[in-house]
Design a protein around this ligand. Structure first.
Ligand SMILES: [Zn+2]
Length: 325
């Protein structure tokens, strides 16, 4: 599908967002130093809609510095700082994408409770998808109007022996997720959802393990490797500011090359397999005629396309017969 790719004026911030970043820079030392946007004068336009339309999905395990659950959820002693680092890595991707000519950008908060990003720090022409459930999971909101997808803070899949916090969709519950027989990380699932709409993945940031895994499955994408995995809970990492500078430059390069990337499109209908760590989910799901249970831990089903597969994956992870609203 041909889309308009004219390069518009690059004006990528609003006064409140700049103020937030400047306050942050003043109070937190170097962390926000890489994100010193040029201030926008009063009356200047803050929107730029004419370039390639970009979808950014942000996870947390692949951020610079993340190694344990202390950084990853509200119970961790470092979580509040790492919410800010997550936000700043996404802001760096936005800044780079816009330097490369990007127009409209939609951001997805794709980690944990889906409420990690500090939404007040974003430019006013950015919108953010938050919380769950949502049928397209980490890719909610993407459609055929987008020109490229960017994955920030991504991590290796659950069958990868090397990645920091390597898991697929649920570290506690799943041991493997396969699409047409291929074990896929979240980046592979999300690339296939984007591919359903004809949208290529153009960039990923994370550790060296997911960068290699994603390139092996998706093909040519730009990668920003912000840390080297040592083990599931250890890494040799860049600083947040250095990682943000790398992400900014990588995003700019990816958007400049946007015409060269190809969508990831597994053949349809899609055979999908989910392997659970425990027995009960496979046993209960196998009561439904759409699932087969090839062994004690796994279920297999066929989806007409990746949208159907995404919905079933999300159902499997979300469903519980609870009475909460
Ligand atoms: Zn994840």
């Amino acid at each position: 599908m041909m889309r308009v790719r004219e390069r518009g004026l690059i004006q990528f911030s609003s006064v409140p967002a700049v103020a937030a970043v400047l306050v942050l820079a003043a109070t937190s030392g170097t962390a926000a130093g890489a994100l010193a946007w040029p201030p926008v004068a009063p009356g200047q336009s803050v929107t730029q809609q004419s370039g390639p339309k970009i979808y950014i999905s942000a996870d947390m395990e692949g951020l610079a510095g993340v190694v344990t659950s202390e950084q990853l959820g509200p119970g961790g002693f470092e979580y509040q700082r790492f919410r800010r680092f997550m936000t700043e890595e996404v802001l760096a991707a936005i800044e780079g994408a816009r330097a490369g000519g990007a127009g409209e950008i939609l951001v997805s908060d794709s980690h944990g409770n889906g409420q990690n990003l500090l939404i007040e720090m974003f430019p006013d022409d950015i919108e953010i998808v938050r919380s769950w459930p949502r049928p397209l999971m980490m890719m909610e909101g993407i459609d055929e109007s987008f020109d490229g997808a960017v994955f920030i803070g991504y991590h290796a899949g659950t069958t990868n022996p090397d990645g920091v916090r390597a898991h697929t969709m649920s570290s506690a519950r799943l041991a493997d997720v396969r699409i047409n027989g291929v074990s896929v990380p979240e980046a592979g699932i999300d690339a296939a959802i984007a591919g359903h709409f004809g949208v290529p993945v153009i960039m990923l940031s994370g550790d060296n393990a997911i960068a290699a895994e994603a390139q092996a499955i998706i093909g040519d994408i730009e990668t920003a490797v912000v840390k080297q995995a040592i083990s599931f809970h250890s890494a040799r990492t860049m600083t947040p500011a250095a990682a943000q500078a790398l992400i900014r430059d990588t995003a700019e390069r990816a958007v400049r090359r946007i015409g060269e990337f190809r969508p990831y499109t597994p053949q349809t209908p899609i055979t999908a397999e989910v392997r659970f760590k425990n027995y009960r989910p496979s046993q209960v799901l196998a009561l439904l005629p759409m699932f087969e249970r090839p062994d004690a831990h796994s279920v297999v089903f066929t989806g007409a396309d990746m949208l159907e597969v995404s919905r079933v994956f999300h159902f499997i992870l979300q469903y519980g017969a609870v009475i909460d609203p």
